[in-house]
Design a protein around this ligand. Sequence first.
Ligand code: 9PG
Length: 505
Amino acid sequence: MTDFQVQQSTGQSWTLALDPGQTRVLINGFQSWSEAEVQPLTAAQARPTFVWMQEHGHDPAFLPSGQAGVWRSHTLIALVRPDGGGFVGHSLDESRSYAHWEARAEGGQVALTLTVEGPAIPLVFTETGDVIGAVEELSAQLARNMAARTPPPLRVWCSWYSYYRTVTLGHMLGNAQLSRDHALPFDVFQLDDGFQADLGDWTLPAPSFGGHARDLPAALGALGYQAGLWLAPFLAGPDSELFRAHPDWMLKGQDGLPLLIGNNWGGPYHGLDTTHPAVLDWLRELAREVVGWGYSYLKLDFLFAGALPGARHDPGKTRAEAYRMGLAALREGAGSETFLLLCGAPLASSIGYADAMRTGPDVSPIWDDDSRRVWLHDATGPAARNALHTALSRWYQHAWYQPDPDVMIARDALTLLSRTERHTLTGLLDVVGGLRASSDPIDMLDEGGLTLLRRALEISTPDRPTTLATSFGGAVTHYRRGTFNLTDAPAEGVPAHGYREHAHD
Ligand code: 9PG
């Protein structure tokens, strides 16, 4: 263990004697879906074109720069020399404040700036001969300071990536039954978006679901599975009963009107003001109610809405504090035994409440979404490549919570993923060493598919990178157990989009 010097800071700047042309930067995006990557400092950091993408995938108060030679990062940043040494800056407490880091290539040097949003934070800024080791040690220190929860990882079947919003009670029960017949080693069957009448109206069923979410847990229990439920507890649809009854509970703009944010479900939606006492009571009650239905696993999604800039009932709270008040209410209602997977969530400020965290964008049955990634500069949307890129570049976060790199897709029907790309997804799950999940309709898996799925469900320990100085595709791609290639051309014996495992000693 290195003895790092901890200082209190409200913001600071450094000028570093690093050659920008020889320096790589490791950055961490604000929330689950925001990019994390390791890139040449002189390259350009992508900033999404549309405001809804900025709200939905980034921190609107500290957006990616959109410029060449300027890189913005949340909580931590590392500047890496070709020899693997360099500089690491790391916040050691994000329960009240956000640490915004910016590295800028300036002449023959690198200018680094830290801006702290909120009260002074303990932090370490250090030069090191081993950036990988220093990032791991400081992440573990942040996790200890914020009382991280890291229960054993679970193996989850989730309805989203096959049934999307057309999921029915019958799909859930049919898959659970088939899974039992094949003795597949899932712990949890989790119902995703599609069962509810509207965002916010969680206890009213959608007619298309063919039942009520409260009918599921007992039937799953009889098959030997725990029940999991998706909620986006900080959102309210503009037509929901929740919004109609309580427009005063919403996060507001400076004009005093409820903000419309993001864009999903066919348009924008509202966010709850998590400093409002009535909202906190409602959140506590919601979590208590669904746990009362028999759910022991909750996937709490679109949580960024609780940390957006806006006018709040209690203007004295920082965004991090407001966000954590909402999480505290949900945890209180759910009880400490309920497993909480957070998603679309500010990362470091969730530590201590999250059992698990989505650490990348959604996987989907396509490799890339060029139109959104290349032309609209937004790599936070669903695509296998985007999920790999970001989840691989957050390897150290297993100290903060159980990382969830999202689902394996093992089926070979209804997918555009090649055999090579499917193998790469199993590699991702193996090196991240966190939650395991699948969404494949079990009746779509032949013997080969079932074998691949069983492999993907094998729990592993987190692996470590061998270098940050080389990358095949702008992410952390070189691991001890194997090498990923996220580029479109073969590289050093690893096929395009591929993963090559190293021979075991
Ligand atoms: C349910 C889904 C699933 C999924 C979540 C989240 O950027 N986007 O357009 C975008 C769309 C959907 C999305 C994430 C990002 O998915 O990650 O697992 O629960 O909601 O609606």
